[in-house]
Design a protein around this ligand. Sequence first.
Ligand code: SF4
Ligand code: SF4
Length: 510
Amino acid sequence: MADVTAPAYRIIPIIPALKPGAMEGKGPFVASDKINEAIGFPGQLVEDWHDKAIAKMGELLSKYRSLKVYMDACVHCGACSDKCHYFIGTQDPKNMPVARQDLMRSVYRRYFTLPGKLFPKLVGARDLTREVLDEWYNYFNQCSECRRCSVFCPYGIDTAEVTMAAREILDSVGYGQKYSNEIIGKVHKIGNNLGLPPPALIDTLEGLEEDVKDATGIDVKFPIDVKGAEVLLITPSADFFAEPHIDSLIGYAKVFHATGTSWTLSSMSSEAGNFGMFIGNYDQLRAIAMRIRQAALELGVKRIVVGECGHAWRVAYSFWNTLTGVGDGADANDRFAQMLQKQLDHRYKQPAHICEFTWDMIQDERLSFDKSQNDKYVITFHDSCNVARGSRMGDFAGGQFEIPRNIIKAVANNFVEMDPRTTREQTFCCGGGGGLLTDDLIDLRVKGALPRMEVLQQVADEHGVNFMATICAICKAQFTKVMPIYGFDRRTVGGVHQLVSNAIILGDKK
Ligand code: SF4
Ligand code: SF4
């Protein structure tokens, strides 16, 4: 960490000067044989990788029509080029979204279009050489799949989907990324990204009950594996022990306690995160999501609520219905999906985000707060990419932006917005999303955080902002790491339910 420094803030956020090759060879560690094989991928680069990669690309192009459209539709207008935080922070032109797509588009043209087959040079088509494959590994692992660039593309081209396809192809030939694949292995084996076994989880929750009792005098429970509970809470495993995540877990528990809601965690399914999405692999995505269905069926719960985790909410909101049977659109031929449909209480939204749950309770006047408990903070809100651009909340457009803000305003007195060009659907990624939250990428992560840090500094200078709330475990982990490098206290970031926890009134004491 000592040799990692923050780039200088830009006086005016203009397109940065280009530094070709600045991030060449700076991709993440490659997964070992053991890590890849544990999740069913080839251990290392297979001998016939070229043919296999092209065949896989052909398969994805026919399976995902959007991918083919993205390959064909780009007119190189450049509207996306300066919209990526990794390009802004690293100045490497290959981190421009259009250039990232072109890494794949050039290969697509060579093998899947007639002009590319006949006149490759004329149409910018390239053979898939080992050099090109290495370039794919490097730069498709410098994209957090945040989708900010797609907001500015007149054709709606989504670089995140191109990145997912590239990673899927790389995994299929044994060229996977260590961090994501190792985490997926842990979920399959132990049940969560952190590899926290059930006894350790149970111990942690008991310790938390004691801590909250000491602090508030109230018996707030953190139940686990309770059959017949109404709500199953699926939350990122970082909530169980990482700071500041744990403060939000305490906040959820206090909300359930104060509203008299019976709830439970599951030791078998103790992870909301789903890195299957990051590597673009449907089978992994489904297998991870299935643990949640299994837990819900075994525990007989009526509602499923998801904790503060950005990409988990995207997976839950957008994919759980067809993957698992939670939500509308469950597979009519899937017996277990139908069982779950019958079991869940459809008077409630399934699944629901914890912010939706809490906001509903606030509106129903079932919670009260002492807002002055958050008076030490001037608060701003960082929209997390997967919530902002990959999901919704509530029953109105933009609910994913307004509901967390409404909660903050209900529990605290001082709230300030950051520059609107960097919030809501235009929010910047924290710099650690999409499977890049690993120390081997710390240089990229620090540089990628630049656009968010610039505007945070602005509101800190102008309004004294000293707390940035967010509803994503990755954002929290990323910011606690990079904020000190930008001169902020690591406790400047925290969860929305951390603020809820501070202000909620539980009986006589808080
Ligand atoms: S999806 Fe996000 S990280 Fe990837 S190229 Fe677009 S802006 Fe950059
Ligand atoms: S904005 Fe869209 S069309 Fe324009 S260069 Fe970027 S991806 Fe291509």
